[in-house]
Design a protein around this ligand. Structure first.
Ligand code: ADP
Ligand code: NI
Length: 221
């Protein structure tokens, strides 16, 4: 069911791009504009591969972090910001509700959320997760840890393999523990075949990185 983007859709995408950019430009939590840019590129690629609705995938990728809890008073406040924006766009009610439904359910949330209910949701979630696996993901993780005041590593802080969403959000961790607590688990949570191929390769790279990190930490020459 490939729906091609028409010129009206293109205008909406351009305007939404500027809106998302203005909202996320100064972010230091790893949800900055360039993260959005990468997720949009990847969502566009995966949408074509998987025959998903490209317009919905691009719009959702553009807006998915505007509502993030870290950047708003609450998730509800964030979501209403997105809803207000969409209210002003010449799109159908069905399109609007689809975008909002994906954004409100796609977050990692310590891995406990239900699977995405539509193909477009699966595509955008995969695109977001692929940005959390691989070389750029390593950089984002250390940036985020710095922003949170977490160390790169603390041998006394062991990684927790299972965490509740509250622990995941609030407890002190380290950048290197975050690989065990989330990033190395993502490969098995990927929805689509096209994304899985990319995830496998990036996962191996990240695994090698973590092994090497511990070797250097142990003083291996
Ligand atoms: P999502 O956007 O899927 O809800 P998060 O906002 O929890 O996921 O995480 C987005 C990215 O921020 C992660 O992929 C990771 O790079 C970074 N990040 C989140 N939490 C931590 C943490 N505790 N330590 C280091 N990096 C983190
Ligand atoms: Ni994101």
């Amino acid at each position: 069911m490939q729906i091609e983007i028409n010129s009206e859709h293109e205008q909406v995408i351009l305007a939404t791009r500027s809106f998302a950019k203005s909202q996320l430009e100064n972010d230091l939590t790893g949800h900055d504009w360039w993260h959005i840019h990468r997720v949009v590129q990847m969502a566009n690629h995966l949408a074509h591969e998987e025959n998903a609705n490209v317009f919905i995938c691009i719009m959702t990728a553009l807006l998915h972090d505007v509502a993030d809890e870290k950047l708003n008073e609450s998730k509800e406040v964030g979501l209403s910001k997105v809803r207000h924006w969409l209210d002003e766009q010449p799109i159908t009610k069905v399109e609007k509700e689809h975008i909002l439904e994906i954004i409100s359910t796609m977050s990692y949330n310590a891995g406990i959320n239900s699977p995405m209910s539509t193909l477009e949701g699966q595509v955008v979630q995969d695109a977001d997760r692929l940005d959390a696996i691989g070389a750029i993901a390593i950089a984002r993780t250390f940036l985020y840890a710095g922003w949170k005041g977490h160390p790169i590593h603390d041998p006394q802080l062991s990684p927790r393999r299972t965490m509740t969403p509250e622990q995941y959000r609030n407890e002190k961790s380290s950048a290197i523990n975050h690989f065990h607590e989330k990033l190395l688990k993502l490969k098995n949570l990927i929805n689509t075949k096209s994304a899985r191929r990319i995830a496998e390769e990036r996962h191996t790279y990240m695994e090698d990185y973590v092994k090497r990190f511990y070797r250097e930490w142990a003083g291996e020459l």
